[in-house]
Ligand binder design. Structure first.
Ligand code: SF4
Length: 435
């Protein structure tokens, strides 16, 4: 019985899809790519924007035509299961959190949908931890206790829960033993990590102390939670110089109405703190454009904050009114055309920010670390695609005859901004150096 997993949304969803792949394999199912006509398609959904939900419905409808059964999980499925199940007779919303019961339920339905269906024989050899990516994804936290006015994620995932520190360390060690050079720590709100006395800073210290050399990257941080204690740990050479701040706005009045517990001034302070403990880290941020009541002046404050911090990248999201959230009923909606204009101004600023950052890295020179990625499409001869410690997408020239497997750690000297067609996503060219 073959299964494919289609993942939408954040790194946490990607991490959970990988764990799901391991669970299916343990139960004897075979994981195959979606274009190879699987019996079962799992769609792991996102609810952050209405666009994400629309995309999920399209994927579900298409899968329902080709597969015997479509299992829909993730945030959207948790909040709108009935709506999702109306997309097809072979479409079911499932919550894999209840592993003990969910497979019995799934196999009961498969018996109805697949003639002579027999549950596969469980896999005697527990599969090795599987990461579909060249860098391992490690979930350390889930849910959120905050109440941001626009957020539906907390409604889908509930209050914050933290993975036991020893259990998380055990998985990290398995990844290190399996040869992964880097692990990306994922969660809904990493800063809410708490296992007994141990908070996020404490967990990072434990990871660094109790593993050999695996590098650690944090998927995102809340500005107000970047304390000096955390920054002191982030200074460690094994923590990647790449921080993604969930900023959302640069206008204090908009931040208040978003129920975000900080000011624009604090965001600047935290950016300076991160730059004090790391040598020119790649600072990125999330910003929502067009929150209800956001005036042109409010937007300009957001724009100015992004300019003054000098983010190397800005993920600009158009405000998306989410059912069940406080912002859904707020007055003062900004019209769509204006929202699009604001998003494109921020995206243009993001491209400038990245060019400036890349040029600074090139001027500084030196050798940086990078992890070899798989690459879709052709690359020039003797080249690999890689992601650098400071989150640059690299095209790395290798000495003739040398090859590196996906996930390998390289030392790279940056040489030039990449040229078309390899200049997608601000790619940079480099040459590998002996480690
Ligand atoms: S911090 Fe806010 S936006 Fe982030 S998950 Fe929690 S409630 Fe949602």
């Amino acid at each position: 019985m073959t299964v494919s997993i289609h993942t939408l949304g954040c790194k946490l969803n990607q991490t959970e899809s990988e764990t799901l792949a391991v669970v299916f394999r343990e139960r004897g199912y075979e994981i195959i790519p979606e274009n190879q006509k699987p019996n079962i398609v799992v769609v792991n959904t996102c609810t952050v924007t209405s666009m994400a939900e629309q995309k999920a419905r399209g994927i579900i409808r298409n899968a329902a035509k080709n597969a015997a059964c479509v299992l829909v999980c993730g945030c959207y499925a948790r909040l709108d299961s009935e709506k999702i199940e109306r997309l097809g007779d072979n479409v079911f919303a499932v919550d894999f959190k209840n592993r003990s019961t969910v497979f019995a339920e799934i196999e009961k339905r498969l018996q109805r949908l697949v003639p002579n269906f027999q549950p596969p024989t469980p896999n005697p050899q527990p599969p090795t931890p599987l990461s579909l990516h060249s860098r391992a994804f490690l979930k350390i936290q889930d849910g959120c206790d905050k109440s941001c006015a626009y957020c539906r994620v907390r409604l889908a995932r509930g209050s914050s829960v933290s993975v036991n520190a020893r259990e998380a360390l055990g998985r990290l060690r398995l990844f290190e033993k399996a040869g992964y050079a880097e692990a990306v720590l994922t969660g809904v709100n990493l800063n809410l990590y708490q296992d007994g006395e141990r908070d996020l800073a404490g967990l990072l210290k434990l990871f660094i102390k109790e593993t050999e050399g695996i590098r650690l990257r944090l998927s995102s941080l809340e500005p107000e939670a970047v304390t000096s204690a955390l920054a002191d740990v982030l200074a460690h050479r094994r923590i990647r110089p790449h921080f993604h701040l969930s900023v959302q706005s640069g206008s204090d009045s908009v931040l208040r109405r978003m129920r975000r517990p900080y000011t624009a001034e604090l965001v600047e302070e935290k950016a300076m703190l991160l730059r004090r403990v790391k040598d020119d880290p790649f600072l990125a941020c999330d910003v929502i454009a067009g929150f209800p009541g956001e005036t042109e002046a409010d937007f300009e404050r957001t724009y100015e904050l992004c300019v003054s911090v000098g983010f190397a990248w800005i993920h600009a999201f158009p405000f998306s009114p989410r059912p069940g959230t406080e912002a859904f009923d707020l007055s003062g909606r900004v019209n769509d055309r204006e929202i699009i204009r604001r998003v494109s101004r921020l995206t243009e600023l993001a491209r400038t920010g990245r060019r400036v950052y890349v040029n600074r890295c090139l001027e500084r020179g030196g050798v940086i670390e990078a992890v070899v990625e798989s690459h879709r499409g052709s690359l020039p001869e003797n080249c690999v695609a890689a992601v650098s410690e400071n989150y640059l997408k690299l095209l790395v020239h290798l000495p003739r005859g040398e090859t590196y497997a996906r996930g390998s750690l390289l030392s790279v000297r940056l040489t030039a901004p990449s040229i078309a067609p390899f200049d997608a996503e601000g790619q940079v060219t480099g040459s590998s150096e002996q480690r």
